[in-house]
Design a protein around this ligand. Structure first.
Ligand SMILES: Nc1ncnc2c1ncn2[C@@H]1O[C@H](COP(=O)(O)OP(=O)(O)OP(=O)(O)O)[C@@H](O)[C@H]1O
Ligand SMILES: [Mg+2]
Length: 236
């Protein structure tokens, strides 16, 4: 059984067709990148998997269950494109609050671990609403990783992060046993973090396969970005 499965999913916003019959699967422990040009439907796909919005048509399953169900919420973490930590709480308070909400046995200890994991000591007593965008991203990632989720949906997780933090986050994510689906515009991140890619364009899958297969498609010395770019622009 696949961990994530979408079959022929459609989503329209007024006259805009965001998803136009998208289908793909992510197996258990799969590390998949979701690639596609701006407006291709990556964030819409993630929101549907997170149970935030409903598809107009098609089937969506997470571990065989309906997205947004209680069981799925327990094991899944979703990092939105535009994350919103609790703005009036400090970094530490956010972590303690959400750790408690997740039923983690020792919220204070877990908050401390996350602060040190993502190098947040310097601003742990600053309210989330006052943080720089990059530091908000760090906090949001820490909140998503708090409960060691089985399944991670990460929409542009490394956006705004400085280079040392990007490296740290890549190491953290590589060390997890989770199933993940990561959207990114940065090909080097997809190559380092994932083993499979799903390329979408205009709300449909145009190519899917392993990173090894993807590399084999290019001409000699052709950058992988150029191969992926061709897939995106030649589609539909
Ligand atoms: N709430 C909404 N209302 C109206 N249109 C929307 C809404 N959300 C998404 N869309 C439209 O659906 C299409 C897909 O958007 P989506 O945000 O999923 O793209 P994306 O692949 O995540 O793009 P990006 O790389 O820019 O993040 C776009 O045409 C977008 O304008
Ligand atoms: Mg997006």
């Amino acid at each position: 059984m696949d961990c994530i499965k979408l079959s022929n999913v459609f989503k329209r916003f007024g006259s805009v067709t965001a998803l136009n019959g998208i289908s793909f699967e992510v197996p258990y422990n799969g590390r998949y990148a979701l690639l596609g040009p701006n407006g291709a439907g990556k964030s819409t796909t993630m929101k549907i998997l997170a149970g935030l919005i409903q598809p107009d048509d098609g089937r969506v399953e997470v571990k065989g269950l309906k997205p947004g169900s209680k069981e799925v919420k327990r094991i899944l973490a979703y990092l939105p494109e535009d994350p919103v930590p609790y703005r009036i709480l400090t970094v530490r308070e956010n972590l303690e609050y959400f750790a408690a909400l997740r039923g983690i046995p020792n919220p204070k200890e877990r908050a401390e671990e996350m602060i040190s994991l993502l190098n947040m000591t310097e601003f742990e007593r600053v309210q989330a609403g006052k943080l720089s965008r990059g530091n908000q991203q760090r906090l949001s990632l820490a909140l998503v990783l708090l409960h060691n989720p089985e399944i991670l949906l990460l929409d542009e997780p490394l956006n705004y992060l400085d280079i040392p933090t990007q490296e740290r986050v890549i190491d953290i994510l590589k060390g997890l046993n989770s199933t993940f689906l990561v959207s990114t515009h940065i090909m080097s991140i997809a190559l380092r973090l994932t083993d499979h890619v799903i390329v979408i364009s205009r709300g449909k899958v145009v190519w899917t396969g392993s990173i090894t297969e993807l590399r084999s498609l290019g001409r000699e010395d052709e950058p992988i970005e150029s191969v992926v770019s061709r897939m995106m622009t030649n589609a539909g």
